[in-house]
Design a binder for this molecule. Sequence first.
Ligand code: ADP
Ligand code: MG
Length: 477
Amino acid sequence: MAAVQLWYTASPISKESNVTDSSFASLALSPAQLDNLGSLGYHSMTAIQAAALPLALAGNDLVAQAKTGSGKTAAFTLPLLARLNPRDFGTQALILCPTRELATQVAAEIRRLARYQQNIKVVTLCGGQSIGPQIGSLEHGAHVVVGTPGRIGDHLRKKTLSLARVNCVVLDEADRMLEMGFVDEIEAIIGHTPSERQTLLFSATFPDNILAMSARFQQSPQRISVESQHDSPQIDQHFYICQSQGRLEGLAKLLAHYRPDAAVVFCNTKQLVREVCSYLEQQGVSAMALHGDMEQRDRDQVLVRFRQQASRVLVATDVAARGLDIDELPAVVNFELPRSPEIYVHRIGRTGRAGRGGLALSLFTDTERYRLDGIAELQQRELTFEAIDTVAWGDSPMPPPDFVTLCIAGGRRDKVRPGDVLGALTGEAGIDGAAVGKINVMDGVTYVAISTDLADTALGRLLNGKIKGRKFKVRKL
Ligand code: ADP
Ligand code: MG
């Protein structure tokens, strides 16, 4: 499995806690950049970022390996931006990518990460586009050039690009560039850069010839590698073709058939999130929506409730699900196939963690069928599908959730700790400790999961009792 999405450990809960080692604030980055990262929702580093950034910011060459979707772009972009002199219009950083699509994505990410500074020009140079406008942009100065080796080679031969002031060269997706036979072109390009430079090599896989490539272009590189936490065989992937008008029913059927203890259902749009959620509710399945139009507070609450097993189904868009960190999520359902295979891999990476088997179920219609090919290709495996009609409804629907979340109007600021809440429940209130689930203390509130059958009793007792000698408002979510 690719992409173990390590930043999903950046839950809204940990975001509220003190700065940890994986916080960007531990790095030598400008306050403006730290603000920018916060505004992008990057609250903590992914594993590859935590490993690569300190070394790269210190100027080391790196050979870094991590799966697709692990945040490699920021791992090389933050160091090169930190060093960039905006007043020097010479090209100071060069990023080589295997394809135009990848170069375009990387350039977009660099622009986002560079937006804390004004006037940083990022130019994309790829084949398949006319060269004239590219020459025009280069004449206006390009601090950062992102492109494919072929087209960058063309510009060097035409002398429309100078790499004489480049201080950082990035080989992104180096394995794919090798596969595509770009190595000689890359060598020629690097020959145009100063020998005093930083060279960062990023790759999703680590074939032997990567080391040979590294030896040719790098100086005492540090080698880092972030293992994926699980491999795709541990995720059981099933694909179901359905009619577009049968999709909602197909979803209900899959949930009834597989009866996962919990599942995240991904939709491509927020409108669909709402529709799917209300449909499931109508069917008696407890489901909660998570999408970008919701207030951050409401989103945090939904995530807490889902984590506390107070709802079995979370219906989400990809963007909203970014803060999602659920240990051992039993199942992921794609209500539709996502627009790119990378997103599919991100999505299903949420299940089957910690060595447990995971279940990934996908519904698609005939018009989305081509997306299956991309998914098969990215995972380098053959995929088969079945008709949703061949799936049997289970004998009984999904059971109600095991827990109810109680919200106590006091948190870290009031010096409330999990032990205080547990003590209040099991002491005077006389609730069996086994009926108390997860306790999440936030700044101003505390959420505690209570067994569904004891929720009302616990609520009443908390309302009448005290926590740390104080009375707090308590309500059921
Ligand atoms: P890779 O190059 O490893 O495949 P990308 O750099 O394309 O991965 O990142 C994948 C996605 O993760 C992007 O949408 C990016 O914006 C997002 N991302 C990267 N770093 C973080 C982070 N620290 N926190 C949240 N999202 C991140
Ligand atoms: Mg990448």
